[in-house]
Write a protein that binds this ligand. Structure first.
Ligand SMILES: [Fe+2]
Length: 351
């Protein structure tokens, strides 16, 4: 067989094979496309919010190139990394980024640091863009103006203290005005992409400024204080007042710290557990022990209302169980539980 007839035979074989395969390959390809698109739907649970103004509209205080890189590259990367991490932990699908950073102890350890950094980055930047606007700045207005004045004496003294805290934060991080556990305004800083709502800070961010070099280095180089000073010219006080008004009331909460015996019923299935709460102001950590095993809990106390969440494996299924209780005058807690596949009610007594 010469080269020509060999290649001719081969190409006839290829054609024949293609003719046989194509009818099967098309539906197969379609089903792969469908599988991929459903995977993409899950993986793309988090999306990059559009910038509410043009890249150049915060000039001269923040330059267009910095804004474009900061939003389109840095923030976009946090979103992508967060989606990639959550794709590895399907039990977390449906949780908001805000919820994830409040409940990091319930995130599987293998992805916990990735979620901390990237859900934190996503939450921080999504808020940050809205805190600025073209032709912003000036003196604060509304309720936040009064609160700043009564806490820090004057806006100028507050700004100086805020800028100083931002300058002193070593490396990357954020400087915040928060409502703290005691319900008071406080300036604080956090490292990396940590957010004040994370359990160890237990505070509510009214607003914050980005101390990462990617926020200012192109224009201000290593002069962080110049960036911090100029940033006030972009501030959107209307948005900050909205966030201040939405701050949760961190009022005195019932003391639930200790060990509780919990009994309940979830659509015919008895629920028996020993719940250990460690309470730090309005934040709860601890464990829930039941026949399904032991699971870390994360929760909140607001007044007499107690809510906590655990992730457990029950009869081979990964379950997220949300408990919502109320402590009555006699110290007994009654409430509901939602385990996705079943809901129920419970009563709990402190041991
Ligand atoms: Fe940033």
């Amino acid at each position: 067989m010469n080269n020509f007839s060999l290649s001719n035979t081969l190409s006839r074989r290829s054609l024949l094979r293609a003719a046989l395969i194509v009818p099967f390959a098309v539906p197969f390809a379609n089903s792969v496309a469908r599988a991929n698109s459903s995977r993409i739907l899950v993986a793309d649970a988090f999306t990059l919010p559009p910038l509410p103004y043009k890249f150049n509209e915060l000039e001269p205080h923040i330059d267009a190139e910095t804004m474009e890189l900061h939003h389109d590259k840095h923030h976009a990367t946090y979103v992508k990394n967060l989606n990639d991490a959550i794709a590895k932990a399907p039990e977390l699908a449906g949780k908001s980024a805000d919820d994830l950073i409040k409940m990091l102890d319930t995130v599987p350890e293998a992805i916990r640091m990735t979620v901390r950094n990237n859900a934190g980055g996503h939450v921080n930047h999504s808020m940050f863009w809205t805190l600025m606007k073209p032709h912003g700045g000036g003196e604060p207005t509304g309720a936040i103006a009064d609160a700043i004045k009564s806490t820090f004496t004057s806006f100028d003294m507050f700004k100086t203290a805020f800028n100083e805290a931002g300058t002193k934060r070593f490396g990357s991080g954020w400087v915040w005005l928060v409502k703290n556990k005691a319900g008071k305004l406080e300036i604080m800083t956090t490292p990396n992409q940590d957010n004040p709502t994370m359990a160890e800070y237990g505070s509510y961010p009214i607003f914050g400024n980005d101390l990462w070099e990617h926020a200012y280095y192109l224009k201000y180089r290593n002069r962080r204080i110049e960036y911090l000073t100029a940033w006030w010219n972009t501030v959107n006080w209307d948005e900050i007042n909205k966030r201040f008004a939405a701050a949760p009331a961190l009022t005195a909460a019932v003391d639930v710290g200790g060990v509780w015996t919990l009994t309940g019923d979830a659509q015919g299935t008895p629920v028996n557990a020993t719940v250990t709460f460690k309470q730090d102001s309005t934040k709860l950590t601890g464990t829930t022990k039941s026949e399904a095993g032991e699971a870390a809990l994360m929760g909140d106390v607001s007044g007499s209302k107690v809510t906590w969440t655990i992730n457990i494996k029950y009869q081979g299924n990964d379950l997220t169980v949300v408990f919502a209780g109320n402590v009555g005058a006699d110290g007994t807690m009654t409430g509901t539980l939602d385990a996705t596949v079943a809901t129920g009610t419970f009563t709990a007594k402190k041991q």
